[in-house]
Design a protein around this ligand. Structure first.
Ligand code: GRF
Length: 203
């Protein structure tokens, strides 16, 4: 079915700066559950991001935009409207979201962070830095946080957390593997549940 012919709007736009395993997982999940939603666009800010190849392979439109373009309302708002975006998902996206998008897509932009926020969040806390900090702090557990995006880094209301144990033998790499498994398992489910709730609210 063509995107424009869908009965209800459950279009998802994924923003990603890096490898893109979460973006791919979301694309694949919604391909298998088309009644729940569809990833219609991937936005990245890096020309060398792994997510570009993944989107191409899976046949999802992908736009590479500079920081200035990401911050330009005259470009971003019409772009997102042209894809009829219902939900924006940050999956390893390293730029701050400009205020005009936070306002326009109030509680419709969510981020996944690879720690139990508020621990190990904020500036500089992304990717391997997070897992290294968790191990160095001798934490007994870590996890993932899915939260709303506000103008403040990693500070929006939490939607979902899941936990895993950390032992003295763990390395940043072993923690990262465990976190990726959590992300793979829960992120699409949480997004699908949100879309369902949004459809319900709009009736
Ligand atoms: C994930 O661990 C996510 O929690 C964080 O950035 C990482 C992105 O990984 N925000 P990938 O690019 O999806 O593989």
């Amino acid at each position: 079915m063509e995107r424009t012919e869908k009965m209800s709007n459950s279009n998802i736009v994924v923003f990603a700066s890096g490898n893109g395993s979460n973006a791919e997982n979301l694309i694949s999940y919604f391909r298998q559950h088309p009644e729940e939603g569809e990833v219609v666009l991937v936005v990245t800010n890096r020309q060398d991001a792994g997510v570009i190849g993944r989107a191409e392979r899976l046949g999802v439109d992908c736009k590479v935009l500079t920081r200035a373009q990401n911050n330009d309302p005259d470009l971003m708002l019409p772009l997102l409207e042209s894809y009829d975006a219902k939900l924006i998902i940050l999956a390893g996206f390293l730029l701050m979201i400009p205020d005009f998008l936070v306002e326009k897509y109030n509680r419709r932009i969510i981020n996944i962070h690879p720690s139990l926020l508020p621990k190990f969040g904020g500036k500089g806390m992304y990717g391997a830095n997070v897992h290294k900090a968790v191990v160095e702090a001798g934490e007994k557990e870590t996890g993932i946080t899915i939260h709303y995006v506000t103008e403040k880094c990693d500070e929006g209301d939490h939607i979902f957390q899941a936990r895993v144990p950390v032992s003295a033998e763990d390395t940043p790499e072993s923690v990262e593997d465990r976190i990726h498994q959590l992300e793979k398992k829960y992120f699409p489910q949480v997004v699908a549940r949100m879309l369902g709730d949004m459809q319900h609210e709009s009736v």
